[in-house]
Design a protein around this ligand. Structure first.
Ligand SMILES: [Fe+2]
Length: 284
């Protein structure tokens, strides 16, 4: 693990999301990746192929865990069996950190398998912060929350998304996974300046960045993760790095998954953009 010069905040370098399509090529070619992110739920299983490959790949690469089912914003009680399995996986993987999304994914035990946005107001922020507190206590570590893409807003919102995120961070003392593509998608769909978002979040709490591709339909964007990162998102990534300093960065591809080489080369673009800022002091 690399550490920045001025803080003990870990800087892992440049990574990819681990996908089943790449299990063999990662083991056989040892690609130039500093770390890998796993989708936690894919490995919260009793055994079999996923854990077999997980252990073998983990032996060669640092990992972080990224969940999609915590549903931190839901009004349904936290699922303790889920947390128990998450903690058991963390014991196995020993990840550098654990993240999930600032969203809700269902109510009354129904998982809609979608990352739904929350109303941005104080009441919701307090609700989320209380639940983050419980999760962090249970896991014995701070977690990272990721901003999601959104296509709708609530009349109950009383603040911007970045003010909402900042409030939760302050109340729960948690960390942030900044998805630069999601910021761009939401800024397009809701007509705000994406740089204002980056300027508005507490820089010292950002520990990871996601990059991904999307589909622009002209008057709205759908966050599809099935294509290369586009120019305006690279530009925004450069802006984020210039403001935040060295932050562990990875590319997420969830559909139309290409050969591993293609993603490793795409990651080189991130390395090039970030290079001028890697020795920069991280913003507190
Ligand atoms: Fe993401």
């Amino acid at each position: 693990m690399q550490l920045s010069q001025d803080t003990d905040r870990p800087f892992l370098g440049f990574g990819l999301g681990l996908r089943t399509d790449h299990y063999h090529s990662i083991l056989e070619t040892s690609p130039n990746l500093d770390w890998l992110e796993i989708i936690s739920e894919n490995y919260m299983v009793p055994g079999g192929k996923p854990l077999y490959f997980l252990d073998r790949i983990r032996a060669n690469y640092p990992m972080v865990m990224h969940g999609v089912s915590l549903s931190i914003g839901s009004s349904t009680e936290l699922d303790l069996s889920y947390l128990r399995d998450l903690r058991a996986l963390a014991d196995r993987v020993e990840p550098a950190w654990i993240s999930d999304h600032l969203c809700w994914t269902g109510v009354h035990g129904q998982n809609m398998h979608d990352l739904l946005p929350l109303p941005y107001n104080e009441e919701t922020a307090m609700h989320v912060a209380e639940r983050v507190d419980i999760v962090q206590d249970y896991l014995g570590r701070r977690i990272l929350l990721e901003n999601v893409s959104s296509y709708a807003s609530y009349i109950d919102s009383t603040m911007s998304e970045w003010e909402f995120i900042s409030l939760i961070c302050e109340k729960a003392d948690c960390l942030l996974l900044l998805d630069v593509n999601n910021i761009y998608v939401s800024s397009f769909n809701h007509a705000f300046d994406p740089r204002q978002f980056i300027d508005g979040v507490p820089a010292g709490r950002v520990q990871q960045i996601h990059l991904a591709g999307h589909h622009n339909h002209g008057d709205y964007i759908i966050d599809t993760h099935d294509a290369p990162v586009v120019g305006p998102v690279w530009d925004l990534y450069g802006y984020a790095m210039s403001r935040l300093g060295p932050i562990s960065t990875m590319i997420e591809r969830d559909d139309h998954i290409p050969e591993l080489d293609e993603l490793v080369h795409e990651l080189d673009v991130a390395r090039d953009i970030a290079a001028p800022y890697l020795m920069q002091k991280q913003t507190a």
